[in-house]
Design a protein around this ligand. Sequence first.
Ligand SMILES: [Zn+2]
Length: 444
Amino acid sequence: MSFGSVPYDAAITLAGLRRYRTGWKRHATWSTDEMASYQLTRLRAIVGDAARHVPFYRDQFAALGFDPRTDLRTLDDLAHLPILSKQTVREESDRLTRRPLPRWAVTERTSGSTGEPLAVQIAPRQIAIEKATVWRHWNWLGYRFRDPMAIIRTYVPNEGEPLWRHDTARNFLYCSAYHLDSENALSFLERLQTFRPRFLRGYPSSLAILADVAHEHGIGLTGLRAILTASETLTADVRSKLTTTFNAPVSDWYGLAEQVVTAAECACGQGLHRHDDYGLWELQPLDDGTGRCRIIGTNLHNTAMPLLRYDTGDLTVPGGHQPCACGITLPRIERITGRIDDDLITPDGQRIPSVNFYSVFRDFPAIRRFQMIQRRPDAVEVHLDARGLDTDAEQRLQRALQRRLGHGLTVTLHRDATFEQSDTGKCRTVISRISKSPHMEVPV
Ligand SMILES: [Zn+2]
């Protein structure tokens, strides 16, 4: 039995289902005290295991004089440990790996779209918990096993293979996000009309392409119960486009390949519930007046490569302090607002959050899709997929963007409809390839 094989998949799926049914489902309605008690038990277990079996932490704890048996009495005691950066995980991945590695652990690789890929080890317990957490989320939206679900993400066919594949056991129709574009979206939609999905799952950028073409051709998807988005920042515009075109609510999921923390929307659409039994959240406010917080996460189950106080690089706006109408007691965040690395930076070091630009593009309905790339401190490229954008509109767009960016950054428009994407078709709206100003580094 090996990772990726049918017996392995079946065993992990069953383990996840068992965990979901024997407690995981119920955790979502726990009291604050019940959750805190569970978190502390798990935290002590994972930090204790790290102290014994993970060289990086064995050395770090010794240097700090930190003994989890006596120094980890409350959840707040975790703050005695320094924040772990992505860079450290890249450099110390070997020493962050448990010795011996748990049996059946797998290697998960983050997308190369950020420039530098990252590989992390995931223990089977964590893989099962990831499955159980996904099921819990889908269950909130009314999913039942073998409901038809179309999935436009992760599947990448080899040369000559079809652009979609039907997994008959689970009734999933996998479609290639990597190959989907506005030219062939019609054939994807025709396949979806035949499949009649109750759930549509995918990257926001891929689903937005489908929605545009569906709208243009007056195509609907009847019987759709919910649209599930993940892996890219979901903007208000794309959410509204998907809901209107496909006549179904959108439910966003936040997670990482590193599997540190995760959150997802219930059917109420009032923010994302944090899965606090999966990982511990710390929110560190940025001092830029935007109300955004860095997400620092600690997984509570992955003994194969425990990441304690890991700086995810993602930003959120906290919120949803009133009890949610759905009855789920898991705390909420208002929304995910992208990655700290996706802010554009002016030559004098000011950060411009990417959300600042979305409203500019909203005024130009001819623009189907855009991507902004900053490769130099003084210039931003804007790539466009636009039909019927006349010269006058193009000049207005140029001026509007230039106003938002200020004079230190020059905007150039590219009507080439070519977008940088990851090897599975993930497409980020804003990409910054320049180093960041030191004053925004996380305090350690
Ligand atoms: Zn809710």
